[in-house]
Write a protein that binds this ligand. Structure first.
Ligand SMILES: Cc1cc2nc3c(=O)[nH]c(=O)nc-3n(C[C@H](O)[C@H](O)[C@H](O)COP(=O)(O)OP(=O)(O)OC[C@H]3O[C@@H](n4cnc5c(N)ncnc54)[C@H](O)[C@@H]3O)c2cc1C
Length: 363
């Protein structure tokens, strides 16, 4: 089949590669000038274990399966990564009870090696920590996500696929037996495809509304959950990922590591109505308070505004977190079309697993 994948983020690239490996003729249309210019370049680069998500949700299934696939991919393709593990820390009894429910959920999700440890054992691993207990997740890790996305792109091209940059998809209509896709950009025109995948990230809803005949009530609302990060101007105090007990909308202001061992803090959750990526330095105040609950020695003046990412959420403040929405022909009634909505965290970890399912929906 001639397959069009819209969006060259980690999800589109993983799907395009999987479709090319399955023998399809694949084109990726990306409206910007390069890969990973959207959500995929502004995240924590954590390979998640799959602890938190409700049993049988798509997030649980794709995160756990995708994580195993991703470690294998990194090893076989030489992608830089480190299985450093993570501690979810509890600083009081209420948090300890919550962390224990996360352990039960992680076990239900089939996450390997999970273990509750006491405060002393946690401090033996990370001396700077203050906590009364912690959940240890040895399978969690970090990845150079750009290295990973370049490897996906390379394999796509090895299989004859290509990416058209500066190529926004403007309109899509089905005229049996083909999808007619109108492109904008400097070389506009209409091209026919057998199958279309909408993995446009923050643009997925807008694009779905421009698919003729796509049921309007099947396009979910888009809620923007901005996540701000602060860098740390000091000697790294941790060598593992440190997460507090989760908060509404996110996993709490956590310690993230990069492969060079530097640490940064974030992301928080800021509900916004229009895309913007500026980090307000005043947000540092709340970061100090939250980080010092588990790292009391965080020095004054050590946090510097770094970057922000935006989660393409389907639900807003106070509402239960939504699952990924992967809408195939049986959901919307149109042939060989898949729309992906709400692919926020753990989308990077889940990418190879999601890709395998999407390619199966197309046939
Ligand atoms: C703050 C934050 C932290 C996160 N941390 C993690 C983490 O640690 N681990 C993890 O597993 N996941 C994490 N995630 C989730 C992960 O980053 C996302 O799930 C993933 O990057 C989504 O990728 P995507 O390809 O769907 O979207 P994108 O990367 O945004 O790609 C979509 C692409 O589509 C293009 N596009 C849009 N409309 C059109 C159009 N009409 N025509 C052509 N092109 C178009 C855009 O330019 C863009 O390049 C995090 C997310 C955020 C926001």
């Amino acid at each position: 089949m001639q397959v069009l994948v819209v969006g060259a983020g980690v999800i589109g690239l993983a799907i395009a590669r999987a479709a090319a490996l399955a023998g399809h003729d694949v084109t990726v249309a990306e409206m910007t000038g390069g890969i990973a210019n959207g959500v995929s370049s502004r995240n924590s680069e954590v390979i998640h274990g799959g602890l938190y998500y409700p049993t049988n949700s798509l997030r649980a299934r794709h995160c756990v399966r995708g994580r195993r696939m991703l470690y294998e991919f990194c090893t076989s393709h030489g992608v830089a990564h480190r299985k450093c593990g993570k501690l979810v820390v509890a600083t009081n009894d209420a948090e300890l009870a919550k962390v224990e429910t996360i352990l039960a959920q992680a076990n239900a999700n089939g996450v390997e090696g999970m273990e509750m440890i006491g405060g002393n054992a946690a401090r033996a691993m990370e001396a700077a920590l203050s906590c009364i207990g912690a959940l240890w997740s040895p399978e969690t890790g970090i990845i150079d996500s750009h290295d990973y996305m370049r490897a996906l792109w390379g394999e796509l091209e090895d299989r004859g696929g290509m990416i058209a940059f500066q190529t926004p998809v403007e309109r899509i209509s089905y005229q049996a037996p083909h999808w007619h896709v109108r492109f904008g950009g400097s070389d506009p025109g209409v091209i026919e495809f057998d199958a279309v995948v909408n993995s446009a990230g923050l643009g997925a809803q807008a694009l779905a509304r421009r698919i003729e005949g796509y049921p309007a009530d099947k396009v979910p609302r888009l809620v923007l959950g901005k996540g701000n990060y602060f860098g740390f101007a000091g000697r790294p105090a941790f060598s593992r990922l440190i997460y507090p007990t989760p908060t509404d909308g996110g996993l709490g202001v956590h310690v993230t590591l990069d492969l060079a061992g530097r640490i940064r803090f974030g992301p928080d959750v800021e509900w916004i109505s229009a895309e913007n990526y500026a980090v307000d330095p005043r947000r540092a105040e709340s970061f100090y308070a939250r980080i010092r609950s588990y790292w009391p020695d965080l020095p004054d003046g050590s946090l510097v505004p770094d970057y922000a990412g935006i989660r393409p959420k389907l639900t807003g403040p106070g509402e239960p977190a939504a699952d990924f929405m992967i809408a195939g022909p049986s959901d919307h009634g149109l042939p060989r079309l898949v729309n992906l909505f709400g692919i926020e965290s753990p989308g990077l970890t889940s990418s190879l697993s999601i890709a395998e399912d999407v390619v199966n929906y197309l046939t």
